[in-house]
Design a protein. Structure first.
Length: 374
């Protein structure tokens, strides 16, 4: 979803609600970039603390936030109840978007091959070694979405959810409660039965997808239902300037953070936090992150005008393009760290440089979109 998607005329979105969504998506994309770099360095046994992101102090990562906001925007932009578009129109838009994602995913896969060919460790950690050892015939496995390298698997799950969203939309239009119950039932079954997952994904572990679509659909479709009825707009009207609305998200977020940290303090493990099957605790934490950050932005709207927040909004406003670039930057940073500069100082420098480059790309892309011929 892009900033122009929510404006009928193709211009910038006029509401503060949309700005807060873009800011949160931008923060999620920055976190995803850093976490992907950390994925390379940690598995290469880096000595030193990880770059501080919310992932260090909570059950969820930025991927859950990304799916929540993306699902919400699908409902708010393409399937709003007051516009009530035809299912055929809704399907056409989403399937076009899915095709675009497929092309971007393929382009990204091809662009990253040279880095993997020139770094055996990068190829091993990113699972590109599967394609390198298997030869050109394994490209078919990628094209049919059977095997995906590191960082690209999230796009594949997103494609599946976009492609199947019209089925959920049919149920949602007919009977919202039934649609949500069906989604929750599928989630429960997938969560309780690990075998109920798509075969393939990454060529490690149990040989199944790292983001189980049958589980992750609850986050995406649940948010899509909220977007259809513009839930965030209603919450914003009540929360703006009213500090009482900050109390519940602060308490929820603080409680989950303490529970997460207590695992290391008292040597126990909280159940139901699986990432593959997106456990309920992980879902609750992702919701608490979204609720808290957006409540702060609603409570003090002027925060949205600060330069750092505006830069996050620029990154989040064209999330598909910035995500693709973030993956490329993560691979480039991983290559440099593994092959040239494998120490903690370099890790911090590469994380900061990647975020800066991501911001520069997002600004350049926005400028290009604004100046290109209609």
């Amino acid at each position: 979803m892009t900033s122009s998607d929510t404006s009928p005329g193709g211009g910038p979105r006029p509401t503060r609600r949309d700005a807060s969504i873009d800011i949160l998506r931008g923060l999620a994309l920055i976190t995803i970039t850093i976490n992907h770099i950390t994925g390379f360095t940690d598995r290469m046994h880096m000595v030193g603390m990880q770059f501080p992101t919310l992932t260090l102090w909570g059950f969820s990562s930025a991927a859950e936030v990304f799916f929540l906001l993306s699902g919400y925007l699908v409902g708010a932009v393409y399937f709003r109840v007051d516009r009530d578009p035809a299912i055929a129109t809704f399907t056409d838009k989403l399937w076009r978007r899915t095709g675009k994602l497929y092309v971007y995913n393929l382009g990204l896969f091809l662009v990253l091959i040279p880095l993997a060919l020139n770094s055996p460790d990068l190829a091993r950690l990113s699972f590109y070694s599967y394609f390198i050892k298997g030869g050109p015939s394994t490209i078919v496995d990628f094209l049919i979405l059977y095997i995906q390298p590191y960082c690209l698997e999230i796009l594949v799950t997103y494609m599946v959810l976009l492609g199947t969203a019209p089925l959920f939309a049919l149920l949602l239009r007919w009977q919202p409660i039934v649609a949500l119950l069906v989604s929750a039932g599928l989630y429960w079954f997938a969560h309780e039965h690990a075998w109920f997952n798509v075969i393939g994904g990454s060529p490690v572990g149990d040989w199944r997808w790292n983001f189980n679509p049958a589980s992750w659909q609850l986050v995406f479709f649940g948010a899509m239902a909220a977007g259809r009825y513009r839930l965030l707009a209603r919450l914003e009207r009540r929360a703006e300037g009213n500090w009482h609305w900050l109390v519940p998200p602060v308490l929820l977020f603080a409680g989950l953070t303490i529970l997460f940290l207590a695992q290391s303090w008292f040597s126990f493990e909280v159940l139901y936090q699986s990432k593959i099957r997106i456990g309920p605790v992980r879902v609750a934490h992702a919701l608490s992150v979204c609720w808290l950050i957006m409540s702060i932005l609603w409570m003090w709207p002027r925060l949205q005008q600060l330069w750092p927040m505006r830069q996050c909004a620029v990154i989040g406003s064209n999330s598909l393009q910035t995500f693709v670039v973030s993956v490329a930057l993560s691979y480039a940073a991983g290559f440099l760290w593994i092959e040239v500069w494998p120490n903690h100082d370099a890790y911090i420098a590469l994380c900061l440089a990647s975020v800066i480059l991501l911001g520069l790309f997002a600004n350049s892309y926005r400028y290009w979109k604004a100046t290109r011929p209609a």
